[in-house]
Design a protein around this ligand. Structure first.
Ligand code: AHR
Length: 306
């Protein structure tokens, strides 16, 4: 409960549980839901944790408020996945003043003072964008193609980095033309709406590059509603590799997926245990991502956890 007793140094009632405040972005995508499940499954009482979890509904002010409340409660550790990159220095300084170590999971912050967090664990989003870009350039752009881009949440690390990586990897191929780029906020509904607009404005789209599966799945709905065949008339490439995305890939509606691994819970638990026993961890821990074409998706689907 929140009526005290959870102070640092072990607190009462919880034995020597490690208290962790986790400020999640929201529940915007299948990826995010899988990430939340992974964290909750790993940071259990049985494993020695007292997890306090909040969902910021994709609003930075909610996340800052959650972090402030974890500081006020005197948790042992704070972990969070910043909805956008910038604007965190003030609240992270408050955590530092309170001597509460901060662990960044999944997304980075943009700060000049890297003493404000202990470590950052998550995927290399620029690399994800590069891998999708390389696939598009080598496989889909043997002749001139028009690409539309569905960007993630404006100002978020994955949206910025996946755009950069894709542009880098396609820069030397004059056949790749990005004709429009707009945010769909990592959600299926907004991906659909933005794609409807693109389809009206541009009759000759060849490829959709969606920064996550959910927006790609929204784009499928818009393309089908416009009487076109996803995977044939318009090819779709996405990042994540959640079950619905992998199913659409196996069905031929999506053409290629670069994975973003959401299962960060076990690593987060291990990092905290290491720190708690006086150990040190790397400043940057990069998680491994695979990539899938349609055949690989069919093979992987039966064992896919999320
Ligand atoms: O930060 C990771 C991204 O956030 C995932 O790719 C996306 O699906 C999620 O919303």
């Amino acid at each position: 409960g929140d009526s005290g007793g959870d102070d640092t140094g072990g607190g009462d009632g919880g034995g020597d549980l490690i208290s962790v405040g986790f400020a999640q972005v929201g529940a915007e995508s299948g990826w995010r839901t899988a990430n939340t499940t992974s964290i909750k499954d790993a940071l259990t009482k049985e494993e020695g944790f007292d997890l306090k979890f909040s969902d910021a509904q994709q609003k930075q002010e909610n996340q800052i408020q959650a972090i402030r409340s974890y500081i006020a409660q005197g948790v042992d550790y704070i972990a969070f996945s910043p909805v956008v990159e910038s604007g965190w220095d003030a609240v992270l300084e408050e955590a530092k003043t309170a001597d509460i170590p901060v662990i960044l999971t999944d997304r980075a912050v943009d700060t000049e003072d890297d003493s404000l967090y202990v470590t950052f664990i998550g995927s290399d989003f620029v690399e994800e964008g590069r891998r999708i870009g390389a696939y598009v350039s080598e496989t889909l752009a043997t002749e001139p193609i028009k690409v539309v881009e569905l960007q993630g949440t404006t100002g978020s690390a994955p949206a910025i980095d996946r755009k950069t990586g894709f542009e880098e990897a396609t820069a030397d191929n004059p056949n790749v033309e990005i004709i429009a780029s707009q945010t769909g906020n990592f959600t299926r509904a907004e991906g659909k709406t933005v794609m409807e607009g693109f389809l009206q404005a541009y009759p000759d789209i060849d490829v959709v590059y969606a920064h996550n599966d959910d927006m790609g799945l929204g784009a499928i709905e818009a393309i089908e509603a416009a009487g076109k065949v996803p995977g044939e008339d318009i090819k779709i490439v996405t990042i994540d590799g959640v079950k619905d995305g992998m199913q659409a890939l196996a069905d031929g509606k999506i053409t290629y997926i670069v994975e973003c691994n959401p299962l960060l819970g076990p690593d987060l638990a291990e990092i905290i245990k290491t720190l708690d026993s006086g150990g040190t961890v790397e400043k940057r821990i990069v998680t491994k991502d695979e990539e899938f074409d349609q055949e690989a998706a069919k093979a992987a689907l039966p064992d896919r956890q999320y």
